[in-house]
Structures are given as C-alpha cells and as structure tokens.
Write a protein that binds this ligand. Structure first.
Ligand SMILES: O=P(O)(O)OC[C@H]1O[C@H](OP(=O)(O)OP(=O)(O)O)[C@H](O)[C@@H]1O
Ligand SMILES: Nc1ncnc2[nH]cnc12
Length: 172
C-alpha cells in the first residue's frame, strides 16, 4: 500500500508557506491506519524498551495503539496545564509558533528506556523537547519514531545523537 497517497497535503495552512500534511485522511481509511501501525511496529523489531512516549496530540493517535500492540505502557507528553500530578516542563520552537510540553515527574525514571512517537517531524523541536523531558527524569531514549518526516526542515540533524525512524518522507 502507498501510505503517502492517503495523506492529504494542504498548502498555506495554518500560515502561508507551510505545506500541511493532513493525516485525517489516512486515519479514516482503516486499511491505511492499520498498515501504518504494522510498519511502525515492524520498524521497532529488535529494539529493547519499556514504554512508548507519545507527544500530544497527534502522537497519541499512533503512540497509544502502538503501545497496546507491543504490550508496553503508554506515557503522554502533554501541552501545558493538562497533567494533574507533579510535572516537569520545557519550552520549545515549532515550524510555526512555539509551545511548551509537560510530563508527569513520576511517569518514568532511571533505568527506563522509551520510544518517542509522533505523527510528524518538522524542525525536530517537539521531539527534542520530549527527549529532554525524558532525560531530565533519568530515563533513556532508545529511538524516535515518526510516520512523516519533512526532510528540508532538518529535524533529523537536531536528533543526530539518536536513532530516528520515519515511514514517509516529503521535502518540506
Ligand atoms: O518537528 P516540529 O517542528 O516540532 O513539529 C512537529 C510537531 O508539530 C505538530 O504538532 P502540533 O504542535 O501542531 O500539535 P498537534 O499534534 O496537537 O496538532 C506535530 O504533530 C508534531 O508534534
Ligand atoms: N508541515 C506540517 N504538516 C503537518 N503538521 C506539522 N507540524 C509541523 N509542521 C507540520
């Protein structure tokens, strides 16, 4: 199956110059959604880890079912103000705008190995911020896994010290 053909591209959203990769068209196609999870699962074969960490919100859509398939726990990295317990917080820049991410302090710790999952890597800012949260809590990032990679935005360079897996590539 050609996964790319199920992803809709909308130019100029949310601001001029951005070529937005809309995964809602993939998600509503049950074969494409299932196949994307098959590929995400297969690509992690041979890696040892304890948890899937998903980045809100689109990272939850792939991260949670992937954790269930792999019989691992799922840990959310959330946008500000959503987690009820004691949190670790970090600020970061996006392709458009900036944001903050938070994680429960007691969610993971020393000796834990995690896979960080998101739908897309653009600048790599969100992924790097999530890794810093994981590492601040004493855990280790085994790999990053994305459905989509935007090559020209060089997010992979930002994550050069890590294993990075992506399924579908675009120039930008
Ligand atoms: O590599 P980066 O430049 O950091 O960009 C990628 C991030 O941007 C999008 O999330 P967004 O913050 O738009 O939130 P959403 O998932 O809630 O739509 C996407 O889902 C990634 O998390
Ligand atoms: N070009 C893009 N398409 C979809 N989601 C994004 N998040 C950051 N950049 C994006």
């Amino acid at each position: 199956m050609d996964l790319k053909s199920t992803i809709r591209v909308i130019e100029g959203y949310p601001i001029e110059g951005v070529s937005f990769k809309d995964i809602t068209t993939l998600l509503k196609d049950k074969e494409a959604f299932n196949y994307s999870l098959d590929l995400l699962e297969e690509a992690l074969e041979g890696l040892e880890f304890d948890y899937i960490v998903g980045i809100e919100s689109r990272g939850f859509i792939f991260g949670a079912p992937l954790a269930d398939r792999l019989n691992k726990g799922f840990v959310p990295v959330r946008k500000p103000g959503k987690l009820p317990g004691e949190i670790e917080k970090i600020s970061y820049d996006l392709e458009y705008g900036n944001n903050e991410l938070e994680m429960h302090k007691d969610a993971i710790g020393k000796g834990d190995r995690v896979i960080i999952v998101d739908d897309l890597i653009a600048t790599g800012g969100s992924a790097k911020a999530a890794a810093k949260l994981v590492e601040t809590l004493g855990a280790e990032v085994t790999a990053f896994e994305f459905l989509i990679e935007l090559d020209d935005l060089n997010g992979r360079d930002v994550l050069k010290d890590y294993k990075v897996i992506s399924l579908v590539k675009y120039d930008h």
